[in-house]
Design a binder for this molecule. Structure first.
Ligand SMILES: Nc1ncnc2c1ncn2[C@@H]1O[C@H](COP(=O)(O)OP(=O)(O)OP(=O)(O)O)[C@@H](O)[C@H]1O
Length: 592
């Protein structure tokens, strides 16, 4: 899900709270995007047009020119009793997980005497939204809530840090940076360990053996903080499951870190470079991709449902986001649901919503459900092939009738959505096996596009440049490494490519060339069997000396015995990994 959609979705509950706090005060609340376009308006819709003029105020506020007070939308005494002029309100910026302006929140129509209070309310609300956007954008590893005082954990004051499963890419929110005493720019040169003085495995271990709930960490910069740890279990930004690491949840011998999807990450959103003509930006020179994009352009703005197929990590969600961004619905929400990651028991209420008290544990005010949240915009159903059969029938009804009935409600809500679905499964086979409804299939497959796997694409050099540019590392790839990457099978596709490059860029250092030694060990291990096979084949045609052959065979057998893990094989043979690569010709492969 992109930042725009995240902001739109996560602002809603905060808006409810703010409206409740303002009570019967006659004020208007605006949630704006970074250009000042209104995403949500509570109060006088006529004031929504003021949003555009507030974008500069938000930028100025972000540059440190607080307080950001606004000129009044209407002049005159606010009430005969008060006599104060209606002199304004408060507008504050909202930043994304990287500290970039992504929107703003404005309270308009305040009486002059209320202004300080409005500013405080606006700031607190913006802070709540920012935290939700941060958590929803967190990379695929773990998220820490930390503070020097344990009582502050779980409040708006605690610092948030999130990092990739290998602990190398770290994101920290403003409150966290203040506690670490670091400027945002310094983050790029840190790993989880250098910031928090422990590796992820050590942290997991410490959490298991510490008192339930909180662990403590010695900061790399000095000082101690208490922390609570969250792990990602699913890859859907909206459906993460929290697991407080403690004795209970640590569960047996399995390290919680192992539950993190190792090495493969999901970017929080489409980078700014893809924002303008999003579909065009995905066309980086591969013929098959160009055809996909040309087809999608033809259906842009129509009601034709799009079904995207392709291997995991091949960019299905990014493509769905791009379809949305290039559609007339771009300013409306993009709501993504991963049908595979929501427990079957929750998927119905998540999708269709529920009425107050519809079931035990239902939120007091009920929930509109994600289909209704997508109203006016695009609903992206990822892994549609994993949707349980009974729910397929309900979804079909929604798509036919264009209205949704929340659980426990007799009231239907009309919905106007563009539908994009994705799957890595073969839905026709599923229809044969009676695990997918044929009638639903024909509803969702208005246009079917297949994304090529990364190993089939001819534009790897352009993708390398694009990903490194997006990552902002200023790194380049040495020709030998580029050749090696061209030969890899990339089971994790673009997601794996990004993860490999992100780690390698940190290893190489800002602005440096990525060389072989900067690639992660586990990635090199994955490469080894391919290289071994290639070399073995070439050895058939170029007879080697007997001793060399025996050595080669020994290495290959040891590698096979260790499941292709070069580090383990090197340990068993008492030689270095580099020697293995050299003997197997991996170094020549890279230099070829
Ligand atoms: N065109 C692209 N250019 C560069 N990187 C991309 C591109 N498309 C996707 N990626 C990278 O790959 C990651 C995975 O993309 P995405 O989530 O769209 O894949 P997916 O096919 O939906 O995966 P899954 O099937 O596992 O849900 C993204 O977070 C991003 O890092």
């Amino acid at each position: 899900m992109n930042t725009f959609s995240l902001l739109s979705v996560h602002a809603l509950p905060v808006l409810d709270l703010l409206q409740y706090q303002l009570g019967d005060k006659d004020m208007t609340i605006l949630v704006l995007d970074a250009e000042g376009q209104p995403l949500h308006v509570r109060g006088d819709p006529g004031l929504a047009s003021l949003g555009a003029g507030l974008a500069d105020t938000m930028r100025a506020a972000l540059a440190g020119e607080y307080p950001a007070c606004l000129p009044a939308p209407c002049a005159g005494p606010c009430s005969p009793q008060c006599g104060h002029a209606m002199s304004g309100g408060a507008a504050v910026p909202i930043v994304d997980a990287h500290g970039q302006l992504c929107g703003g929140l404005a309270i308009l129509g305040a009486c002059a005497s209320d202004q300080p209070c409005m500013l405080a309310l606006a700031r607190m609300s913006a802070n709540m939204i920012e935290r939700q956007v941060f958590l929803a954008s967190a990379p695929h590893g773990l998220t820490l809530h930390f503070h020097a005082r344990s009582a502050c954990i779980g409040t708006l004051q605690d610092g948030l840090a999130s990092c990739s499963a290998d602990g190398r890419a770290v994101m920290v929110n403003a409150a966290g940076l203040a506690q670490l005493g670091l400027p945002r720019a310094a983050l790029a040169s840190h790993t989880f360990r250098s910031l928090f003085g422990a590796t992820l495995a050590e942290l997991a271990e410490r959490c298991r053996s510490a008192a339930p709930g909180l662990a403590s960490l010695q900061l790399g910069q000095g000082g101690t903080v208490h922390c609570r740890v969250q792990f990602w279990d699913s890859c859907d930004t909206m459906d993460r499951q929290e697991a407080v690491v403690d004795r209970e949840s640590g569960g047996g011998q399995a390290s919680p870190v192992r539950r993190v999807r190792a090495g493969l990450g999901r970017l929080p959103d489409l980078p700014a470079s893809l924002a303008a003509t999003a579909l065009g930006q995905l066309d980086t020179g591969d013929g098959r991709m160009a055809q996909v994009i040309a087809k999608l352009r033809k259906v842009a703005g129509t009601d034709i449902a799009v079904l995207i197929t392709g291997e995991t990590g091949s960019g299905k969600e990014w493509l769905a986001q791009a379809i949305h961004r290039d559609s007339p619905r771009a300013r409306q929400p993009f709501v993504a649901i991963n049908c595979a990651s929501i427990p079957e028991t929750l998927i119905e209420s998540e999708l269709f919503g529920y009425e107050e008290g519809a079931f035990t544990g239902a939120r007091r005010k009920g929930s509109p459900g994600k289909i209704a949240l997508a109203n006016g915009g695009t609903l992206f159903l990822d892994e549609i092939g994993d949707m349980p059969l009974p729910l397929q029938a309900r979804l079909l009804r929604v798509l036919q009738e264009r209205q949704v009935t929340p659980l426990g409600s007799g009231r239907s809500i009309p919905v106007d959505i563009a539908l994009v679905c994705a799957t890595h499964r073969n839905l026709r086979e599923q229809i044969e096996a009676r695990t997918f409804r044929e009638d639903l299939y024909y509803r969702i497959n208005g246009l079917v596009v297949k994304l090529p796997a990364l190993r089939e694409r001819s534009d790897l050099p352009a993708l390398l440049a694009r990903v490194l540019a997006d990552e902002g590392s200023g790194c380049t790839v040495a020709p030998a490494v580029a050749r090696l990457l061209e030969r890899h099978r990339w089971p994790g596709n673009l997601r794996q490519l990004r993860s490999v490059l992100r780690t390698a860029a940190v290893m190489a250092g800002r602005g440096e060339e990525i060389r072989l030694e900067h690639l992660a060990d586990d990635f090199m291990d994955d490469l080894a069997p391919v290289g071994a096979g290639t070399e073995a084949a070439s050895n058939d045609s170029v007879p080697a000396l007997g001793l060399d052959q025996m050595e080669l065979q020994l290495i290959q057998r040891t590698l096979a015995a260790h499941g292709g893990n070069t580090s383990a094989a090197a340990r068993a043979l008492g030689i270095s990994r580099n020697t293995i690569y050299r003997k197997l010709g991996m170094d020549r492969l890279a230099a070829a």
